[in-house]
Design a protein around this ligand. Structure first.
Ligand SMILES: *Cc1c(COP(=O)(O)O)cnc(C)c1O
Length: 230
């Protein structure tokens, strides 16, 4: 009898916790996308989870590593060119990145790329993300200045020690209210990507539509190899 891989079992348990958190807050579990964050993990492990669970949504954080894992790696000139089935980029936090992606999409002629604007809700200077008070400017730039991108929502990373998680999540929700009001958009067209291994249930209860879960599924990350590469 085959023993099911630990990551496969862990992902199934994550689905169950997502369902319970959605039910607790009167939401539909189908409205929450689980992104299995596979950075630093080998493609073989991702493949096992892909095959055994049918899960299709995986997230990467390092462009170089992502390109190496993708099958078309030798032809890769850029992320967009290398990963033809790239479904979304969540870390757009300035106009230059948006323009760069916009041009890359246009030059390879793929369908428009959904992007999320990353907001720094914790105020830590070390974190990427646009300040909440400026998020509307980036959103407008993506929506009106980047014809090959589709503005899809807002993303944030909370404090590593979880001390202000509810405030961080509330700030992201407030940004959405402001953006939707200003642009006359329905809120269900502006997704919220918040919640990681340590706080995804709270994030779902606070309205998240994308939870990005790494170590709870794949185990702790080993950065020793990564640092040598960089
Ligand atoms: C690594 C990473 C995650 C997953 O973190 P875990 O705490 O391991 O679940 C989520 N989002 C981003 C942007 C990440 O880089």
């Amino acid at each position: 009898m085959a023993v099911e891989g630990a990551a496969v079992t862990a992902l199934r348990s994550v689905f169950q916790r997502v369902r319970q958190a959605a039910e607790r807050s009167g939401r539909n579990a189908e409205d929450v996308r689980v992104i299995a964050v596979s950075k630093t993990k080998p493609a073989s492990l991702i493949r096992q989870v892909y095959d055994d669970t049918g899960h299709r949504c995986f997230g990467e954080n390092y462009v170089q590593e992502f390109i190496e894992k993708a099958p078309q790696s030798n032809k890769a000139k850029s992320l967009v060119a290398a990963v033809h089935n790239l479904s979304m980029v969540q870390g757009v936090d300035n106009e230059k990145i948006a323009n760069h992606l916009d041009r890359a999409v246009s030059s390879i002629g793929r369908r428009p790329l959904p992007v999320m604007v990353q907001v720094n809700t914790s105020g830590e200077t070390s974190k990427s993300g646009i300040e909440p008070s400026h998020c509307i400017e980036i959103v407008k730039h993506v929506k009106f200045g980047c014809p090959n991108l589709v503005f899809s929502g807002l993303m944030t990373i909370g404090m590593p020690d979880y001390t202000s998680t509810p405030e961080n999540f509330r700030t992201l929700s407030r940004c959405r209210v402001e953006i939707c009001k200003e642009l006359g958009m329905p809120e269900n067209q502006c997704e919220l990507s918040m919640g990681m291994s340590g706080d995804f249930e709270l994030a779902i209860e606070m309205g998240s539509t994308n939870v990005r879960i790494g170590s709870t599924i794949f185990g702790p990350r080993d950065y020793s190899k990564k640092q040598q590469q960089q």
